[in-house]
Design a protein around this ligand. Structure first.
Ligand code: NDP
Length: 449
């Protein structure tokens, strides 16, 4: 590796030695942009890489709230404002017990590049809490969200930092967060949060956008390699926001989704997943995926053993990891390849380990990396911000068309960069180089700030 790149990677490891997910994300980017760094010797003098891997600001705060038994519970809140190079900080909030500084920084770092790829003026951020929404009552969820916003409000604003949802934060939580922000600020700043319900300033097609965008990217990638989604089998991990709408779009584009999962296990239905049943379990009852067997007794259920997810042992043409980071290990990648997978599209953030992603590339599997393939969510959030600014609503069709165009552009940018730097077909490299180039140009233009 180029010595400048190597030094920055070493320094970053020393400074953040406890933050394994963050280091993994930095390693993934730095190890793929060598041709760009070689072509730009001025990066070293300007410390472009050192500045890119250091968040502009990292906020950590206490979130006290009262549970239904009257006991005070204390969680930890985060907001990592990683980069405002090309627009206000922008990125989701995650409520999950695994949340820590490393996970927040990895997600914030990824977000900078993803947002740059959308071609829209949005910087990169991420936030959240180690709060676990599972099993909490409506009242507890609301009180937690209100307490979280009582601190967060001072750090955000529609031209400053615009959070959205992520794992554990959907329309319900965004509503409670928005209500509290509005009350504290005593002003209707619609564009301060995205993922809002349509009745108070949300965008049509935002809920669907990440999953739909993933399939638009996949369709483009397959077509560039003489393939299509028609008649392909698909397995999708997760059964949350991204997974549900990925399933919907995959089906409407002619593929057959045969498996989905949650953190307890996965279901396999050779007749094709009944998405209405999944939506009822996950969006209405907030239940477990195993309950699918109640409406489809012929489907199969495989319990997770806490290690590799059983979903990756199922034979499929296309695998769409849409649950969480590092859910495809090298071992799972080997099983998928052995079973003949032709393409992998990352709906979740960093769902494949570095070794797994490399294994796919080495074995000729078409690989759509997260920061390009799941950028449709944040792109549509930016479209929501536009509608809030001009105080107008676009129709579902208008938003979906804009989303599709954006995903096609992202694919073309990734392809162009990969071709230009001599790594055709490697869209990890293409995505990282295209995004890094744009950000480093902005950094150079703005001086040392
Ligand atoms: P949701 O909370 O709606 O759904 C998450 C799903 O993943 C659930 O089915 C959940 O199962 C499962 N899951 C979560 N953690 C684990 C785990 N440790 N092991 C196995 N399964 C797990 O989240 P989203 O659909 O919004 O997000 C999914 C992924 O997509 C995340 O990586 C997120 O960062 C990424 N993403 C989301 C975007 C969005 O617009 N929402 C945009 C871009 C990326 P269970 O219910 O059992 O916990």
């Amino acid at each position: 590796m180029n010595s400048y790149l190597e030094n920055v990677l070493e320094q970053t490891k020393k400074r953040n030695s406890e933050q394994k997910e963050f280091l993994q994300a930095v390693d993934e980017v730095l190890s793929t942009i060598e041709p760009l760094v070689e072509a730009h010797p001025e990066y070293e003098k300007l410390s472009i890489l050192e500045r890119m891997v250091e968040p502009e600001r990292a906020i950590l705060f206490r979130v006290p709230w009262v549970n239904d038994e009257g006991k005070v519970v204390v969680n930890r809140g985060y907001r990592i404002q990683f980069s405002s190079l090309i627009g206000p900080y922008k990125g989701g909030l995650r409520f999950h017990p695994s949340v820590n500084l490393s996970i927040m920084k990895f997600l914030g770092f990824e977000q900078i590049f993803k947002n740059a790829l959308t071609g829209l003026p949005i910087g990169g951020a991420k936030g959240g809490s180690d709060f676990d929404p599972k099993g909490k009552s409506e009242g507890e969820i609301m009180r937690f969200c209100q307490s979280f916003m009582t601190e967060l409000y001072r750090h955000i604003g529609q031209d400053v930092d615009v959070p959205a949802g992520d794992i554990g934060v959907g329309g319900r939580e965004i509503g409670y967060l928005f209500g509290q922000y509005k009350r504290i600020r005593d002003a209707y700043e619609g564009g301060v949060l995205t993922g809002k319900d349509i009745c108070y300033g949300g965008s049509l097609a935002r809920k669907e956008a990440t999953g739909y965008g993933l399939l638009f990217f996949m369709k483009e990638m397959l077509s560039a390699h003489g393939q299509s989604l028609q008649g392909k089998t698909v397995t999708i991990s997760g059964s949350g926001n991204v997974a549900i709408y990925a399933c919907q779009k995959a089906t409407s584009l002619g593929a057959k989704v045969v498996a989905m999962s949650d953190s307890n296990g996965c279901i396999y239905d050779e007749n094709g997943i009944d998405l209405d049943c999944i939506k009822e379990i996950k969006e209405v009852k907030r239940g477990r995926i195993k309950e699918y067997l109640e409406c489809h007794p012929n489907a199969k259920y495989m319990e997770s053993n806490g290690e590799d997810s059983p979903i990756w042992t199922i034979k499929t043409d296309i695998a769409l990891p849409c649950a969480t980071q590092n859910e495809i290990s090298l071992n799972s990648a080997k099983k998928l390849v052995k079973n003949g997978v032709i393409a992998v599209g990352e709906g979740a953030n960093m769902p494949s380990t570095k070794e797994a992603a490399e294994y796919f590339l080495e074995h000729g599997v078409l690989f759509a990396p997260a920061k390009a393939a799941n950028a449709g969510g944040v792109a549509t959030s930016a479209i929501e911000m536009t509608q809030n600014s001009i105080r107008y609503y676009y129709t579902f069709d208008e938003v979906e068309k804009k989303l599709e165009r954006i995903m096609i552009n992202i694919f073309n940018d990734c392809k162009k960069a990969a071709d230009e730097y001599g790594h055709s077909g490697n869209y990890i490299m293409g995505a990282n180089i295209a995004a890094f180039k744009k950000l480093s140009d902005a950094m150079k233009a703005q001086g040392v700030v």
